[in-house]
Write a protein that binds this ligand. Sequence first.
Ligand code: G
Ligand code: G
Ligand code: MN
Ligand code: NA
Length: 254
Amino acid sequence: MELETELRRAIPAGELVVYYQPKLDVETNTFIGAEALVRWQHPKRGLLQPGQFVPIAEDSSLIVALGEYVLRQACLQARLWQEAGLGGRTVAVNVAARQLRDGRLVEAVKEVLRDTGLAPACLELEITESSIMHDLDHATALLHELKGLGVSISIDDFGTGYSSLSALRNFPADKLKIDRSFVHEIETVPSAAAVALAVISFARTLGMRVNAEGVETLGQAQCLRKHHCDEIQGFLLARPVPSDEVQALFRQPG
Ligand code: G
Ligand code: G
Ligand code: MN
Ligand code: NA
């Protein structure tokens, strides 16, 4: 069967599983939250990685149902963290370009927050720079509405989307996430390091936080710490793990 047809069935069947990758606050050296990353426990093919089915979902309207499913699971999970005494940890959920255009996002977020009782400040929405730049005026208005609900907004894969810096000046974001391609080469390629450091200083100037994703080596982490990056995320600290494992990671220092 075609994967798209199977996915249409798999979402209501509950075959999607949400993993969580912790984010470390550099200053306090503690895990302050985690990014929700979807997997598919396929009955025949085993555990599928998002690269194997998220692009298929993105090419159809299925990404909207997938995104809402992950949003709900992630908020339920964050609520459980709070009940387990891990209050204040945030959960970050990826929002696809099509969800920005679909017109249901604000209602969906409102509904999930209401149903789960999660404090809006504990929900972070990650939106890629390129999907914002695709329709900047619409995205700006939408993100203002989302911010009005009390959730926080991060710009994902930052540095790859050709933003005009002046457009971002008035953009209602709380955080920039440096794309992992720059983090990967931060110690070895001067131009990649220059972009990473420019993003850090740009975020600082605009009063935003900055996250570096894809941190794999101690050298990368030390370089980011030296340049006052606020938070880091990557295989060096932890891979994306199932919900019970992320809770254990939250209880130990980074
Ligand atoms: O884990 P992996 O590197 O294969 O992830 C591939 C892509 O899938 C990443 O860009 C990641 O952002 C995306 N992804 C993972 N989970 C979700 C999700 O819940 N929603 C959306 N829109 N993208 C996701
Ligand atoms: O595009 P987005 O940032 O949402 O993608 C997150 C994806 O990046 C996840 O699928 C995750 O598995 C992957 N990822 C997380 N940490 C690392 C890392 O340190 N190195 C690499 N290469 N990929 C990572
Ligand atoms: Mn992301
Ligand atoms: Na990213």
